[in-house]
Design a protein around this ligand. Structure first.
Ligand code: C5P
Length: 222
């Protein structure tokens, strides 16, 4: 499994849904299990890369993967930023929450009365992939696009808007995407025909993705 094109390469992988806290016991999150990102980290390390997995989940990893546990989008952004300069590639498989509470309450929020509702005012989180896209030098950036409709059109837009080198487009429904064991994806790259992979277990999708990355790294400058 050792791949000379990946040996010694530094790869950052993010995984899982971020948790955006309301108070010490409550948070907003999503269905992302971290399975896809963790499978990618394991595939990359298995091929000889030095991997940092920045994750909100605790799933088993193989030797060669250093796990950095995070919770919020902001902590994920800070952890990735700290290692970005030294990285050869970043794969953003995490489902980063688009919004958070502007301030986290330090005590458990109380219910006021039985009739009035509660309004949460949210602010936007940083777009980690887009900000890496603005400051990348030699790094290869891979993002995911999970969409329920207009998948390829939206994924194509993300490729350009976030200045990514590849977008992995995956359908989200009951049997694909979030919290499932298989995935059906299409790989989009600038100025190349889309490559649709058959539906496969996530570790197989991860291996195919790492194979693509190895080819891209072999051509990478710097
Ligand atoms: O814009 P959208 O969330 O659909 O884009 C998905 C891609 O962007 C994923 O790779 C995800 O990890 C990344 N992303 C990010 N920071 C955000 C939102 C998404 O890095 N705040």
């Amino acid at each position: 499994l050792d791949d000379p094109r990946l040996r010694g390469r530094r790869i950052i992988v993010s995984a899982g849904g971020t948790k955006e806290r309301l108070d010490p016991v409550r948070y907003l999150t999503n269905d992302s299990s971290g399975k896809m990102g963790t499978a990618i980290a394991n595939a990359a390390a298995g091929a000889g890369a030095e991997v940092t997995l920045v994750t909100t989940r605790q799933l088993p990893v193989v030797p060669g993967v250093t796990v950095k546990q995070v919770e919020s989008a902001q902590s994920m952004a800070d952890t990735i930023d700290a290692e970005f300069t030294e990285a050869d590639a970043v794969i953003m498989a995490a489902a980063v929450a688009d919004y958070r509470l502007p301030t986290v309450s330090d005590h458990k929020l109380k219910k006021t009365d039985a009739t009035s509702g509660l309004t949460l005012n949210l602010v936007q989180n940083p777009d980690i992939l887009a900000s890496l896209g603005r400051k990348k030098t030699h790094q290869i950036l891979i993002g995911f696009a999970a969409e329920t409709n207009d998948l390829l059109k939206n994924a194509q837009l993300k490729l350009t808007k976030k200045n990514a080198d590849m977008i992995v487009a995956n359908h989200v429904d009951a049997t694909h995407g979030f919290n499932t064991d298989t995935n059906a994806v299409t790989l989009l790259r600038p100025e190349q025909a889309p490559v649709t992979l058959p539906e496969m277990p996530k570790p197989k999708v991860a291996a195919a993705l790492i194979e693509q990355l190895a080819t891209m790294l072999a051509k990478q400058k710097g």
